[in-house]
Ligand binder design. Structure first.
Ligand code: ADP
Ligand code: ASP
Ligand code: MG
Length: 416
């Protein structure tokens, strides 16, 4: 019997009706003779609710405790509920099923509570159970740290639980069921022109996830790529007997017809900081970014430009909106040490990225992007590129408009 992993996200298990609908999809695979492990997320909105409760505890804010250990103890509970409920529903239908929490497998992580990485998944116990016909319903998002405490894998981490488990038990495939019927050329909530992509390369999916497409957690794509886990994104809202084909995430070589640009991805959670009039001498940038690293602030786009004052430069960078206050505080403390004049910060920005492996071999993608935005009167504040991606930072008020314009300009409605 082939082993498969199925993962259901928050909207897919949002209430008892949805959990029953999920049980029908799981039954289809079990009845087809597969050994099945199911990963579940918390009910839609539940993790946000738990995070806000943590925020209410007070100092050491913003979360329950500085090391995020108790934060994890709280936020991991949502997945425990859905695993138990789905296992119960399956049992009532006459199937052998049981719930598994991270520590029971165990899914072992490192110590970075709140953002933990999977170190090892012990597969014998759960592998044996599913081979004997029991359906394993596993709480996603959580594992156990070296200290024996519950650790969570970062927001959206159930995708990573699923791919990690699929790699560990050598599953023939890992199916991610969500509220869209595949990966689209852009977030389908932004434009009706968005199209489902039949096959996308791991590399492109990785870029999409890392620049903010919510559909898969970045780490899950990294793991799928490293362990060659065949990964599909499917809708849990299709009828079990009329399941659509979804999107297959696979090696670039398995895609016959390559697009130059495959997707446009907006990220509304960016914020920008400009450090004004930094002395233009060796070591100043190092000092700025060391202080930010010490404050655990992740940096994305960086631009240095000459300042109006002779011998000085302005340094701009972007970070996640949630890290903005921490970034500003970290720099204000060392203002005289760095020797800058002032700080400017802006939450009203969005990053728009165009992605496609075809960029490696085709010219003109950047010029189309810049010309399209210019024609629409949209000002570009920052630019960054990789081999298969170009990102620009713009005012967030223009972001959706920009996405639609770029989607049209690259004719993404024709992408296969
Ligand atoms: P789940 O709760 O199932 O994990 P998520 O909310 O994390 O689901 O991810 C699914 C959502 O991702 C969709 O509802 C969609 O709005 C959003 N999304 C953003 N970009 C894309 C894209 N390019 N293709 C498909 N969905 C996308
Ligand atoms: N419930 C967690 C979250 O909302 C994990 C997940 O859904 O993947 O981030
Ligand atoms: Mg998700």
């Amino acid at each position: 019997m082939a082993r498969i992993v199925m993962k259901f996200g928050g909207t897919s298990v949002a209430n008892m009706d949805r959990i029953r609908a999920v049980s029908a999809i799981v039954r289809r695979e079990v009845d087809n003779g597969h050994s099945v492990a199911v990963i579940v997320s918390a009910m839609a909105g539940e993790t946000n609710r738990l995070v806000s409760l943590c925020d209410e505890v007070g100092p050491p804010a913003p979360a329950l405790d500085a090391r995020f250990v108790e934060y994890d103890a709280v936020v991991a509970t949502g997945e425990q509920v859905t695993a138990g409920l789905l296992a119960g529903v399956m049992q009532n239908l006459g199937y052998r099923a049981r719930s598994w929490q991270g520590w029971q497998i165990p899914l072992k992580t490192d110590q970075s509570h709140g953002q933990a990485r999977i170190k090892e998944i012990v597969e014998d116990h759960i592998g044996e159970a599913i081979d004997q016909g029991e359906i394993a319903i596993v709480s996603g998002f959580q594992g156990v740290s070296p200290e024996g405490r519950v650790a969570t894998l970062g927001r959206g981490g159930s995708d990573t639980s699923a791919v990690g488990l699929a790699a560990a038990i050598n599953a023939v495939r890992c199916d991610i069921y969500t509220d869209v019927d595949g990966v689209y050329t852009t977030d389908p909530r932004i434009t009706k022109q968005a199209r489902r992509i039949e096959k996308i390369s791991f590399e492109e999916m990785l870029e999409m996830a890392s620049v903010g497409a919510k559909v898969l957690q970045t780490r899950s794509v990294e793991l799928a790529m490293a362990y060659k886990v065949p990964l599909r994104v499917l809708s849990s809202f299709d009828q079990p007997d009329a399941q659509g084909p979804g999107t297959l995430i696979c090696d670039e070589d398995d895609i016959v017809e390559q697009n130059i640009v495959t997707a446009v991805t907006p990220d509304f959670h960016e914020a920008s900081v400009t450090v004004l009039a930094v002395p233009d001498e060796p070591g100043r940038a190092a000092l700025i970014f060391t202080k930010l690293a010490e404050a655990n602030v992740n940096i994305d786009m960086i631009v240095q430009s000459p300042s109006r004052e002779q011998g000085f430069a302005n340094i701009s960078f972007t970070t996640k909106e949630v890290d903005l206050d921490r970034a500003v505080e970290a720099l204000e403390v060392v203002k005289s040490e760095i020797g800058f004049n002032a700080l400017q910060s802006d939450r009203n920005v969005a990053k728009i990225s165009v992605i496609g492996v075809g960029m490696k071999s085709h010219a003109g993608v950047a010029s189309t992007m810049f010309k399209t935005l210019a024609d629409k009167g949209i000002n570009i504040q920052n630019i960054s590129t990789s081999e298969i991606k170009i990102s620009v930072l713009i005012n967030s008020d223009a972001a959706e408009y920009a996405v639609r314009a770029l989607h049209d300009a690259y004719e993404l409605e024709k992408v296969k």
